[in-house]
Design a protein around this ligand. Structure first.
Ligand code: HEC
Ligand code: CU
Length: 372
């Protein structure tokens, strides 16, 4: 017959006997199941296609290869740890002690074989080593990707605005610099230095498939870098809450072959094309004057008198795939909708809904269509 020194000892013994056995088994199984489920989206991730989304589980450039390996490594370590714990709990629940009739419990003698401390020491040592190894791995990866490489192919200055991105291509030759918005074109296979600034609040630059987050901070220039090894469109996003339209402060990174990129870059340096037909010229003159009256205070179109700096540079607007910071596709319908009622599309954004006649709106839209 067992005798207990205290009610606690008795309770512990009943637990040891497995009074809660079924509950323990259920919890352990559920734990393992949840971990497996949690890791399935990662395993199901399509590794081959262009990344259009915001997934950071697949890397498309050297900056992210080590990071994604680390990510999966840590997931596997966590899974292994949780599985081992699950198995131990299961085993502990299933392996029974001496069976005692419930009525006799109060009189059973409790025997302790050792203090159990060696288990604690071993477990602490193992946890410590696993955590230390994970931490060291983390720091090694961080150090590896931290600084922009010295051999960066070019510098792009990215400036956060509420709620869009200004993209300026720097060059030693000032005549080869130009500005665009919400779309960063880069040649594949080359490291690109990205200098980050802001004109208003803190934003954060993030292209999950190519690079981790870096903030844009007022009065400070932060530097990061990106490189894409596969051509494609990579979605980027402001990831520091910056006001009402924060969620609509996206952008894309369009990675192209170096020759395609050079063609685009040279084209950006040219003024927009003018119409050739006489009627076209007349129509455009009216349209352009409407643009000058309504829009030029805020927008720049190089080669014209429009040099406003409040909104995105529209010089080669039609070359862009999206408008309003990756909120809408750059289609004629979306563009018409945007210029006639930007406040409906992005409430609170800094382009007001203007009171413009239908004729002027049509003209302005036609003028925008020439900005190829
Ligand atoms: C008071 C300043 C202001 C005026 C006036 C203004 N805009 Fe804007 N515009 C902006 C701002 C700010 C944005 C960025 C909005 C955003 O995405 O949050 C913008 C965005 C745009 C965009 C999207 C550009 C892109 O690449 O995403 C187009 C196109 C545009 N404006 C055209 C016009 C036209 C056409 C007019 C005249 C009818 C006009 N704007 C008048 C400030 C202005
Ligand atoms: Cu932002």
């Amino acid at each position: 017959m067992k005798r207990f020194k205290s009610a606690n000892d008795q309770a512990a013994y009943i637990f040891y006997l497995g009074a809660d056995r079924r509950a323990n088994v259920a919890v352990a199984l559920a734990g393992i199941l949840v971990c497996l489920m949690g890791s399935t989206p990662a395993l199901a991730q399509d590794q081959s296609v262009l990344s259009h989304g915001l997934s950071y589980m697949t890397a498309f450039g050297p900056k992210n290869y080590a990071v994604v390996t680390l990510l999966y490594g840590v997931i596997v370590i966590s899974l292994v740890v949780v599985t081992i714990i699950g198995i131990l709990v299961l085993a502990g629940s299933l392996i029974r002690g001496v069976r005692v009739a419930p009525a006799a419990i109060a009189t059973v003698q409790v025997e302790r074989r050792g203090s159990g401390l060696p288990f604690v020491y071993t477990a602490v040592a193992i946890s410590f080593l696993v955590l230390l190894a994970s931490a060291v791995w983390n720091y090694v990866v961080l150090a590896h990707i931290a600084g922009p490489p010295a051999n960066a192919a070019m510098t792009i200055r990215v400036t956060g605005h509420q709620w869009w991105w200004e993209i300026a291509y720097a060059d030693k030759d000032v005549s080869r610099t130009f500005t665009t918005a919400n779309e960063i074109r880069i040649p594949i296979g080359k490291p690109i230095r990205i200098e980050l600034g802001t004109v208003d609040v803190i934003h954060s630059f993030w292209v999950p498939a190519l690079t981790g987050k870096m903030d844009t901070i007022p009065g400070q220039r932060n530097v990061t870098w990106i490189q894409a090894d596969k051509p494609g469109v990579y979605r980027g996003q402001c990831t520091e809450y910056c006001g009402q339209q924060h969620a609509h402060m996206g952008f894309i990174v369009l990675a192209q072959s170096p020759t395609e990129f050079e063609t685009w870059r040279n084209h950006q340096l040219e003024p927009p094309r003018s119409p050739t037909s006489e009627e076209g010229i007349r129509h455009l003159a009216t349209a352009q004057s409407a643009f000058m009256r309504h829009c030029a205070v805020c927008h720049t179109v190089r080669g014209t008198a429009a040099n406003g700096k409040v909104g995105p540079d529209l010089s080669h607007l039609m070359q862009r795939q999206t408008i309003a910071a990756a909120t809408l596709p750059n289609s004629i319908g979306a563009l018409s909708g945007w210029i006639s009622n930007p406040q409906h599309i992005k409430p609170g954004n800094l382009m007001p809904t203007l009171d413009i006649s239908a004729a002027d709106l049509n003209g302005i839209r036609d003028f925008l269509q020439t900005l190829k």
